[in-house]
Ligand binder design. Sequence first.
Ligand SMILES: NC(=O)c1ccc[n+]([C@@H]2O[C@H](COP(=O)([O-])OP(=O)(O)OC[C@H]3O[C@@H](n4cnc5c(N)ncnc54)[C@H](O)[C@@H]3O)[C@@H](O)[C@H]2O)c1
Length: 267
Amino acid sequence: MKLKERVALITGAASGIGRAGAQQFAAAGAQVVVADVNELRGNETANLVRESGGVAICVRTDVSQSAQVQSLVSTVIEQFGKIDILWNNAAATTLCNEQDRPVHELPEAVWDQMLNITLKGVYLCSKYVLPHMMKVKKGVVINTSSTDGLIGQGGYDSYTAAKGGIISMTRSMAVYYSQFNIRVNTICPGFIHTEVIDPWMKDPAARSAIESLHLTRVGKPEDIAKFAVYLASDDAEFITGGIFPIDGGFTAFKTKVTDYSGLRKSQ
Ligand SMILES: NC(=O)c1ccc[n+]([C@@H]2O[C@H](COP(=O)([O-])OP(=O)(O)OC[C@H]3O[C@@H](n4cnc5c(N)ncnc54)[C@H](O)[C@@H]3O)[C@@H](O)[C@H]2O)c1
């Protein structure tokens, strides 16, 4: 049990990667706090964890709202006495799919909302959790960015800006908070089959095009969750400031040509 007696706060855990994270963290022994704006589905996640014998609560929280984040942190401290692990995973994924645009077409209101949820949410949760970790000189912060924060993704200019910001902030946080033995790392998922990308997965042409850019398949939420468990555990005690693409090779493959021998001139 790599995370026995740890308290893990996971944002955006009502579905997808965060839900798989809550389940994997609990299976590794952590007590889990699900923080999500979607209370109904957040409670479903907490119930799934409890049905498997784990400990979990859901606290409805909009991570872009300072007062709600402060109240979340107070609730966790009252109930569990500490926060060992913060996984900043919530993002405005629906907004990204439906309303993100190249900058000249991007409404200012969409930009503001995207940055408030996806980037400011990471700042707010970190701001109010870190003092509790600093007091005990130990803690782990994991952020979810995206491969879209590492390479170009045309037409998603507010999402990529927010995800790129998370990557830069991870590095500066890792440097500063190392004096408190707090590790800060970021995971950059590739295409992971959650509801967000389900429409593409249902279109055979889109699915095969996307799959061809990955190792053998698109990712599963568990691929990310298992890596997060590792990062949160003491097995990763020497790892901070890391930006980890967990993407089936997506950022490495320009096109997936593995054998260039036919193109070489014979010597
Ligand atoms: N699925 C992918 O292919 C993929 C790829 C790269 C990065 N990511 C990132 O992984 C994370 C999880 O994505 P997912 O695919 O599981 O998507 P998802 O939509 O299933 O999960 C996002 C969660 O965030 C919650 N949320 C949205 N706004 C919120 C707010 N203001 N306050 C609190 N919670 C809020 C949603 O209710 C939802 O439960 C996100 O950060 C996403 O950007 C996903």
